[in-house]
Design a protein. Structure first.
Length: 118
């Protein structure tokens, strides 16, 4: 008899996909901002979506039979909060320098790397 996929497994998978897509939006928008030097559309929404889906994902993992690496999650949460804070701050400015967008892109890449490698 084949294994049955539970509702929590489906929810976890959907949240992982949304989480990674949100980070992809943040990364792509930050790279676009390097050229434009203004806040690209979608950067704020991508950052907030990545933060929210990450928190929901940890909640689903905690409710299920999954092992959660709390140190990894804590580091990823701090990085996500920094990225989201930077983007909120940057959203209030008319023009931003390359260091801002480079920081956002770099921290995003670090966050995804931690997720995959740790």
């Amino acid at each position: 008899m084949p294994d049955r996929v539970g509702h929590m497994d489906i929810l976890r998978s959907v949240l992982v996909i949304l989480h990674l897509l949100s980070w992809a939006v943040v990364f792509g928008a930050a790279l676009a901002g390097l050229r434009q030097r203004v806040m690209p559309a979608g950067l704020l929404h991508g950052a907030v979506s990545a933060l929210v889906t990450g928190i929901l994902l940890v909640g689903v993992l905690e409710m299920g039979d999954y092992d959660v690496n709390h140190v990894k999650i804590g580091i990823k949460l701090v990085v996500a909060l920094v990225v989201t804070g930077l983007v909120f701050w940057g959203n209030r400015k008319d023009e931003l320098d390359k260091a801002f967008f480079g920081s956002v892109a770099g921290l995003t890449a670090v966050n995804v790397a931690i997720a995959v490698l740790v």
